[in-house]
Write a protein that binds this ligand. Structure first.
Ligand code: FE2
Length: 340
């Protein structure tokens, strides 16, 4: 009888495992709005979404340490450089890109293992009262190394992934030697040692500590929205966005994205969730909460982002997969130039 009970219990346990309809997300995106999206997905599909959130480094460490025991299906984070570096460690697997995903996302924003779910541009912000239109005309990332910006530029530290990806794109487009030279120029143009996040760079320009800053697009909209307080909202109004490299390859683009984790126990559900994140409904939700650009065509960004200008040329030539591939070289040229 005891044995019978045991067998029955084991049977019940196995059945429960087999019918568990869920997907496990390890997410470095700390948006409450993402959680609302997952709830919508569950309501539509019946698939339960379990979220482990944390900083990207901690999440990656946990997935690596848990190895084959890891329950992670999807790793969601900002920056193609991060996804690429995780892929290079052998932690992601192919098979994410269904036909639906393939037709939704241009190929420069995906690999077989990870895909963009929203876009951002890394641009220049300037103080209109100290920087003239003539001075800005034709500005490129390359020309940020021009001595005319000496003591006038703020940009965050070299350990920041957004900068590493930007410099990786310069390594890819211009070569490592040119990127090394460029880094030296940028360091000598800095108004101060790098400190703070992207918003801190915008604030420095607003406060007159510098004339131009490099930061991602969604931060200005976030500040203008008032979600970061009246002071930052007022500061944001004092600076203007400028989209570099318009006469050439276009402005540096990056993504928030999702990667399919090696050994994912719920691969099919993971693909379904990514397909949902790329639906018109989910894209509208994302862009209106995070101020990113939509990944798919036919969705408009938040009005504050539309106001920054939508008709700029995006760099669609430099595949974002290069940000991971060239990350080590990028970091090397930056630190070699004394970029703190
Ligand atoms: Fe960010």
């Amino acid at each position: 009888m005891k044995t019978m009970m045991k067998i029955l219990l084991i049977f019940i346990f196995i059945s429960a495992e087999a019918i568990a309809n869920e997907v496990n997300i390890f997410s470095a995106r700390h948006y409450d709005s993402d959680v609302q999206l997952y709830e919508k997905f569950t309501a539509k599909t019946g698939i339960k979404v379990n979220v482990v959130s944390g900083k990207s480094g901690a999440l990656e460490k946990r997935i690596i340490e848990e190895g084959s025991e890891s329950k992670a299906d999807l790793y969601i984070t900002a920056d193609a450089g991060r996804l690429g570096a995780f892929e290079a460690k052998g932690m992601l697997q192919s098979g994410l890109i269904s036909n639906t995903i393939k037709s939704a996302v241009p190929k420069n924003f995906r690999t077989s293992k990870w895909v963009g779910i929203a876009k951002r541009a890394r641009i220049v912000y300037f103080a209109p009262e100290r920087v003239s239109g003539a001075e800005l005309a034709g500005l490129t990332y390359e020309s940020l190394a021009d001595p005319k910006w000496k003591g006038r530029l703020v940009i965050r530290a070299s350990n920041n992934i957004y900068n590493q990806s930007l410099v990786a794109s310069l390594v890819k487009n211009n070569g490592k030697a040119a990127a090394a030279q460029w880094s030296k120029g940028v360091v000598s143009n800095m108004a101060r040692d790098p400190k703070g996040n992207d918003r801190a760079q915008i604030l420095a320009v607003a406060a007159g500590e510098a004339d131009i800053a490099v930061a991602n697009t969604y931060y200005l909209a976030l500040m203008l929205s008032g979600k970061k307080g009246a002071e930052q909202q007022a500061a944001a109004k004092k600076v203007k966005p400028f989209f570099p490299n318009q006469d050439g390859r276009g402005t540096h683009m990056n993504i928030s994205g999702a990667g399919l984790v090696k050994g994912a126990p719920n691969k099919e559900n993971a693909i379904k969730l990514v397909e949902f994140l790329l639906s018109e409904e989910a894209q509208n939700h994302i862009v209106n909460n995070t101020f990113e650009y939509p990944m798919i065509a036919g969705v408009s960004p938040h009005p504050l982002v539309v106001n920054m200008g939508l008709d700029f040329k995006q760099d669609l030539k430099t595949k974002v997969v290069n940000y991971g591939k060239r990350q080590a070289e990028a970091l090397e040229v930056m630190t070699g130039a004394g970029w703190k």
